[in-house]
Design a protein around this ligand. Sequence first.
Ligand code: ATP
Ligand code: MG
Length: 391
Amino acid sequence: MKYTILLKFGEIALKGANRSYFENTLCRQIRHRVKRFGRFNVFKSQSTIAVEAADPSADLDGAYDICKKTFGVIALVRAYEAEKDMDSITSRVRELAPALIGDARTFKADARRSDKSFPLTSPEISALAGAAVLSACPHVKVDVHEPEVVVRVEIRDEKAYITGAQERGAGGMPVGTNGKALLLLSGGIDSPVAGHMICRRGVKLEVLHFESFPYTSERALEKVKELAQILAEYNGAVCFHTVSVTKIQEALSRSCDEEYFTLLLRRFMMRIAERIARDRDCRAIVTGESVGQVASQTIEALNVTNSVVSMPVFRPCVGLDKEEIIERSRRIGAFETSTLPYEDCCTVFTPRHPKTKPTEEGVAREEAKLDVEALIGEALSSQRQEWIKYE
Ligand code: ATP
Ligand code: MG
């Protein structure tokens, strides 16, 4: 059955003078995102964005699902149109009632008028709509306090709408309204979740992945691209950077104390990330680190990892348990891909006894055995870039 998708925005409604900037950005993004499901009209109307099919072949359910993944949308609902007179409204309610009520045992009807010239008051409209539901579904009972379903009638300027259950949207803020950040994306569970959390705050992500060919495989890289593709559903097209750390890892294993391998590699990663971030106008680095999860994520280890960069490093998973991260990973649709069994550069040359309480002096002593600048330059010269399209 044909319906209009109505989207409510959340936090962005609070932003005073910026409000219309946020609203227009969201509206533009919705317009772009629903395109792949056919032709739609997307327009703003009284603090709601309406999405309606512009031709009968448009895939409304596909558009609905993508709106549900769009940051900045706090709630969404399917709205069925009716002519703006009470007889049309009640006959439409009768027709829709079985679908809107479903298995529910209780309901209430609730009317709102933003068009105050409509001849009936909201309570009068509610009463008539409620009676129409009861005539179509005699098994259901009215419960005004805790109804299982609310059947809403909205008398808006352009049309009347009848709506059923309202669903929660993705929340957050429209992507790009808070600038850009560079996500360090491994093939693991944590970094896609971290990226999703920051993206939800309106930050557009670019992605950097470190590979270590031939120690890591082509298939491992494909897996990370699949993860970037999943993030693109939220972020829009993702600029995907790849840098090889093979030479760095070989230099480390030749010259440095084994227990420092991972930490030293992580410092290289951060330095390289900061340079790429600056180059790409990204104002922060995002990682999936979480305090205490592994040896390289003790507070001491995070300190020596962090001390080589001056840009803010966001670690949104920092206070989450692994269980919570996994739950989020499932919800965003990344878990199946993240748990495919491929190697990561952090798992090659892993020390048998990694240093868990490193000091800045200890790390600097090991690093003095390397030509850090030359290794960074060499790694950067391997940088490749491609766009993972939103499709
Ligand atoms: P994840 O599940 O995200 O792989 P992890 O718990 O396995 O994280 P590490 O492997 O120590 O932890 O990595 C910590 C963080 O460093 C990752 O969340 C990611 O942001 C970054 N990182 C690790 N390996 C890579 C890589 N090969 N390319 C880019 N970033 C990486
Ligand atoms: Mg990992």
